[in-house]
Design a protein around this ligand. Structure first.
Ligand SMILES: Cc1cc2nc3c(=O)[nH]c(=O)nc-3n(C[C@H](O)[C@H](O)[C@H](O)COP(=O)(O)O)c2cc1C
Ligand code: SF4
Length: 448
């Protein structure tokens, strides 16, 4: 996926790369072309039909890296055969707390994304692609725009790409700071100039998306895999990862690790190995819990878990966006739950009552617990609030909120309350945050 991986061809030994190891000019067209950029695009145009491209990506087993893990080739095949125009929309909104891999990918390797965009556009026969980039990504935006401009000047974007019949123009749209606009249908509304709120599905974007035309929405990391799949084939791609989660994944590792950052590892690497890759937990402390896939994911404590879509789903959580937040034994889980819930409440778009009201009440209860004014019934109340948002047993996967943001707030909070019941109780019994009280006592000892 990366410039460096082009240099090494990501042969079987390829396991981890920190983006910090990138050459300083990796974002330039000159550097990208020196390491093979746009050769896969030319190969695809010259030797493959759109249908063959779709089949190749299906065979590779590539799954979306934006959060849901939907098989990319299957998604492409839902686009009706004869409806034109159709669009490719590129999700570079990256708002999930703990996730910072798309930002770094955009800043350091924009041509990998752009080549992936053009390959995807060729596959779905789209002549226009829109990149929806998070508003706060100043450097990423400038580099992406530079990449598009340079590629256009080199005849790689626009009409008759590389002197062939294939044409595709690429436009960049900057977001305005709402997490919900990362959700694909809100993103489409925002792109059309409306307030970003989720749309009712069906119809799904592949049938009726941007400007009511067939639209594929893909994450930037998903697309950056495509040049490598075209260059080396689907079997090669499957030499990395697991049967159901082939390939590598960028993980943003933060929290209590010695070397936080973005790391690319094969899917299926265990959580414990991933923490070691990031330098382990510093200061001889022990692990308390991990958020394995962004703020939306239920927490886990088992470091033997393989980081694959299927293993994490079986463990009751999810790989999500690949944001791994490591917490050592000094962490107050009630405080973390409060911070998480504040985020979801702040970002709730207000369209449906269970999420708008539910996240507000969760936040209020957590704030009073953390400030020492919690009540004995608060733990049960939090679980009830979560259940009010989640699906009933045996019901389809999504719950009572209009979009997954509401489910996410409840999934993560419910897991915290269930794993750490005694900490919620301690906040009530002691009338204060025990972790903070311990910290204050230690500070006083040091001062004395
Ligand atoms: C609340 C919410 C926020 C989301 N934010 C992002 C995001 O920032 N970036 C992203 O690629 N996908 C995000 N998604 C997932 C997208 O809806 C969509 O599944 C994804 O862009 C599809 O691309 P992929 O198949 O390549 O993963 C979000 C979903 C939800 C429900
Ligand atoms: S679940 Fe939340 S974010 Fe989603 S539509 Fe309802 S209010 Fe908006």
């Amino acid at each position: 996926m990366s410039d460096l991986s082009r240099l090494t061809s990501r042969e079987a030994t390829f396991i981890t790369r920190r983006y910090q190891d990138y050459p300083g000019d990796s974002f330039t067209l000159e550097r990208a072309r020196a390491t093979g950029a746009y050769e896969s695009l030319k190969k695809a145009i010259a030797t493959m039909t759109p249908d063959a491209l779709v089949e190749l990506v299906k065979a590779s087993g590539l799954r979306g890296r934006g959060g849901a893990g939907f098989p990319t080739g299957n998604k492409w095949s839902f686009v009706p055969r004869d409806a034109f125009p159709r669009y490719l929309v590129v999700n570079d909104d990256e708002g999930e707390p703990g996730t910072f891999k798309d930002r770094e990918l955009t800043e350091r390797d924009p041509h990998a994304i752009l080549e992936g965009i053009l390959i995807a556009a060729l596959a779905i026969r789209a002549e226009r692609a829109y990149i929806y980039i998070r508003g706060e990504f100043g450097l990423g935006y400038r580099r992406m725009q530079q990449a598009v401009d340079d590629a256009r000047a080199a005849g790689l974007v626009g009409r008759n790409i590389a002197g062939t019949d294939f044409s595709c123009d690429v436009f960049i749209h900057r977001g305005a700071g709402a997490y919900i606009c990362g959700e694909e249908t809100s993103l489409l509304d925002s792109l059309e100039g409306y307030r970003g709120q989720p749309r009712l599905r069906p119809p799904f974007p592949a049938v009726k998306g941007l400007y009511a035309a067939p639209t594929v929405v893909n994450n930037v990391e998903t697309l950056a895999n495509l040049p490598h799949i075209v260059a080396h084939g689907s079997d090669w791609f499957r030499t990395f990862g697991t049967q159901q989660s082939p390939g590598t994944k960028l993980f943003s590792i933060s929290g209590h690790v010695a070397n936080p950052g973005n790391y690319e590892v094969a899917l299926g690497t265990t959580l414990g190995e991933l923490i070691e890759v990031a330098g382990g937990i510093p200061g001889g402390r022990s692990l308390k819990a991990v958020i394995p896939g962004g703020a939306s994911a239920p927490w886990v404590t088992d470091t033997s878990l393989p980081m694959s879509f299927e293993a994490l789903a079986a463990a009751g959580t999810m790989l999500g966006s690949g944001a791994v937040v490591v917490m050592d034994d000094t962490t107050c889980v009630v405080r973390m739950a409060m911070i998480n819930t504040r985020f979801f409440n702040h970002e709730s778009c207000g369209k449906c009552t269970p999420c708008r009201e539910g996240t507000w009440w969760m936040r209020k209860v957590l704030e009073r617990l953390e400030s020492g004014e919690g009540r004995p019934e608060d733990r049960g109340l939090l679980l009830e609030l979560c259940e009010d948002l989640l699906p009933e047993k045996g019901a389809p996967a999504s719950g009572r909120s209009f979009c997954p943001l509401g489910d996410s707030a409840a999934w993560s909070l419910r897991s915290i309350v269930k794993i750490f019941p005694e900490e919620f109780l301690a906040h009530v019994e002691e009338g204060r945050c025990p972790v903070r009280a311990g910290e204050e006592a230690r500070e006083q000892e040091v001062r004395a």
